[in-house]
Design a protein around this ligand. Sequence first.
Ligand SMILES: [Zn+2]
Length: 271
Amino acid sequence: MREYFEFYLPTKILAGFSALDNLGFELNILNIKKPLIVSDHVIEKVGVSGIVKNVLEQNGICFSEFLDVPLESSLETVEEIAEFFNKEKCDCLIAVGGGSVIDSAKGVRILLEYPNKKMIELSGADNLNTKFTTPLVVVPTTSGTGSEATLVAVIKDTQNHVKLPFLSYGMLPDLAILDPRSTISLSAKMTAATAMDALVHAIEAYIGTQKNPVSDSFAASAINLISKNVLLAIENPKDNVSRLNLAIASMLAGAAFSNSMVGIVHAIGHS
Ligand SMILES: [Zn+2]
């Protein structure tokens, strides 16, 4: 038992079979007038951003969209999105996608907060505000990274061939929406691979040096949900229940390692 620990998760979680339908209500609470949807063309094609757009239209909320996020988030893309955000006079980011889309949106939020700084000066741990002005809503379309509940973003500096990590409590999204419609089109292979990422997050959180009773319960719950649902989702990709359970597990594992840190597996991966 640790003598002292901290656990931080300010992100509001909406989870359920039609959780996305509540997006309009939530944006009204946050007093959002014009969100920017950040996504990619694959997500657009399978229709997840379409569900988000329908909800916004039904609630009379106008929006802009940026769909050109590449497979790996880069500084150039982040700068391009931030410029577009300002040009379109948006007031909120809605990231609809996997790790690259979510991390790109987190990067945009940093640039909007520090318009006169270079991203590279802000990378590392605790170089950022702990509260950002631009709200961030995340709709994960894989059940792996847990980025919707972590204080981390990793963005590629293509010129210098390095991945820049950004860590701050302020990086945590305001809202994460876990709806099985977002992950229902994932292939069996992607389902397995992303669930394995989440499982490793949970295991590493459970044995991490900053582990504590709260992160332990998140990690144990994630391991339990993944072990009971991953094969069901692989065998029957359209199964709503196992899809939702994997999405919840991924979020729980993300929140767990965001507080207790990851271990040797990710340390090797980062290098
Ligand atoms: Zn990972």
